[in-house]
Design a protein around this ligand. Structure first.
Ligand code: HEM
Length: 489
């Protein structure tokens, strides 16, 4: 009889635990993080944390640990979560030396890291300089506002049509809108998803490439096995990176064809055009293909999910809805960008949505630099991963009154925000890695919300909707658990 016939699997697992346990205890006792509070298992393993990540509940789990253990919490043998505001500023401020952790390497797709995934501060600073002007408020307003406006208008037309017929899924339409917008800007041509009402195979490939990143990060042992499996569907998912790369050729073609003066064909031609006469700037074709794909990811679901939660939160408060409908109804038919920037309630509800439902409220993991980090009486040595999450900072009741409540008027007078509130409000991250697309996001949020409340007066949540469907599923970004948000007129 063979070994497997005499030794059962539970026995093998038990033996493995007994043999490795003393070593794990030894490491835990010797760890410089041993005095950091947290659940007992966090000293030995990251398995519980991973479980919550895979269940889409990391932000909730980490928040519950902060409530129980305080502002500094051990999450795993090598990761500490921090919700202390002073430490938050120290970690994220420009030049802090806290670089992005290796988590970003595994998540990344493409042949080389795009701006979001770059970990080397010098490489990142150079790319950021190259991108900065094209993403500025001024440049976006001058070159792209008509295209963005046209797409927001079309999205609202589609929502209204569906809502009048009984049910419009705003998550679907905002996603198509935000994707068409960022595709147009980075590729130089729209994917016309709003017109067709569905996403293109390129977007399917991007989603598959991202899924691969998640598997590489959280289930690294399974990844090589998946690569060998003979199933067509799995092969397609594993090949998604190549599909994304091939499609990037469109962005390169439009960038190159525009060098003869038409510098606004896409964001990349703009970057090259603006750089003329200044320092010599080049961006390789591979970089353009990579960045175009990365921008689609960074700029689509983020805005769409935020806009979806905004509409949902307001439709749940009919008085607030009526006040907002009134405010946007009083603006000129053109809804100029100046008017939108100065509409008090519109801007306040957007800010409040970003506080409670900004689409990226989760961990921003960084590595502690050589000098270490002193925080709330604890010392965290170099090399440890520290992560902060806006989800917790934005719900801190010592910073925001009635922090759990959606108060549409909270930011009506932004000049009254305290310094602490300004530091805590970080829906777009902070410091040198703050979201480069935030002006674009604000433009889409203002246009989308203003057009919706002007054109769809009296909209209601569809009878099928309940709060559970809008609970946040957290996979770096958040998304409604029900994968939709339906409204009716
Ligand atoms: C409401 C919408 C949005 C939210 C809540 C959001 C949130 C964020 C956050 C929290 C970060 C920091 C990530 C980190 O430190 O790991 C970030 C970075 C970034 N975002 Fe956004 N974002 C939004 C919209 C956009 C849009 C429309 C674009 C399109 C261009 C974009 C492009 C980027 C890029 C390229 C980065 C990396 C910047 C860098 O590392 O220098 N985002 N975003």
């Amino acid at each position: 009889m063979g070994l497997t016939g005499t030794v059962s699997l539970p026995f093998l697992v038990g033996a493995l635990i007994i043999l490795t346990a003393p070593y794990a205890v030894f490491l835990a006792i010797k760890s410089p993080l041993r005095s950091i509070p947290g659940p007992w298992y966090s000293h030995f393993t990251s398995i519980v944390l991973k479980g919550y990540i895979l269940a889409g509940r990391r932000i909730h789990y980490v928040d519950s640990l902060h409530r129980k253990y305080g502002t500094v919490v051990r999450l795993s043998p090598d990761e500490v979560a921090i919700s202390d505001l002073e430490a938050f500023s120290q970690i994220h401020k420009i030049g802090s030396g806290f670089i992005k952790s290796a988590w970003y390497d595994k998540l990344r797709f493409g042949r080389e890291p795009g701006i979001f995934f770059m970990r080397n501060p010098h490489q990142h600073a150079a790319r950021r300089r190259l991108f900065a002007r094209a993403f500025s408020n001024n440049s976006l307003t001058t070159h792209w506002e008509p295209d963005i406006r046209q797409k927001a208008e079309l999205a609202v037309v589609k929502i209204k049509e569906d809502a009048q017929a009984g049910s419009a899924d705003i998550l679907k339409w905002w996603t198509l809108m935000a994707t068409d917008v960022i595709a147009h800007l980075s590729f130089g041509e729209s994917f016309r998803m709003l017109e067709s009402g569905k996403q293109t195979p390129y977007i399917d490939a991007i989603q598959a490439a991202l899924l691969c990143g998640v598997v590489r990060n959280e289930l690294s042992w399974i990844y090589p096995i998946l690569r060998q499996l003979p199933f067509e569907r799995i092969k397609n998912i594993m090949n998604a990176d190549n599909v994304v790369f091939d499609h990037g050729a469109i962005a390169v073609r439009n960038m190159r064809s525009a060098r003869d003066g038409l510098s606004t064909a896409n964001l990349f031609s703009q970057m090259l055009g603006q750089a003329d006469g200044q320092e010599k700037t080049e961006i390789t074709d591979i970089a353009v293909r990579t960045e175009a794909g990365n921008l689609i990811v960074a700029g689509s679901d983020t805005t769409a999910v935020t806009l979806t939660y905004l509409i949902w939160a307001i439709l749940k408060q009919p008085q607030l809805q009526a006040a907002l409908e009134h405010e946007v109804g009083d603006l000129s038919p053109d809804l100029t960008s100046e008017e939108l920037k100065n509409a008090p309630l519109l801007n306040s509800v957007i800010e409040e949505t970003l506080r409670l439902y900004g689409a990226a409220p989760g961990a921003l993991p960084r590595i502690v630099p050589e000098k270490g980090l002193s925080v709330c009486g604890y010392f965290i040595p170099s090399g440890v991963i520290v992560s902060t999450q806006a989800y917790t900072l934005h719900r801190d009741s010592t910073v925001f009154r009635d922090a759990q409540k959606f108060d549409g008027y909270r930011f009506i007078n932004k000049s009254q925000m305290t310094a602490i509130q300004k530091t805590a409000m970080s829906p777009f991250g902070a410091g040198s890695r703050i979201c480069i697309g935030l002006h674009l996001a604000w433009m889409e949020l203002r246009l989308g919300a203003a057009l919706f409340f002007r054109e769809c007066r009296g909209a209601k949540l569809n009878d099928e909707m309940n709060d559970e469907m809008m609970e946040m599923d957290n996979r770096f970004l958040i998304a409604p658990k029900g994968h939709c948000c339906k409204i009716q007129l």
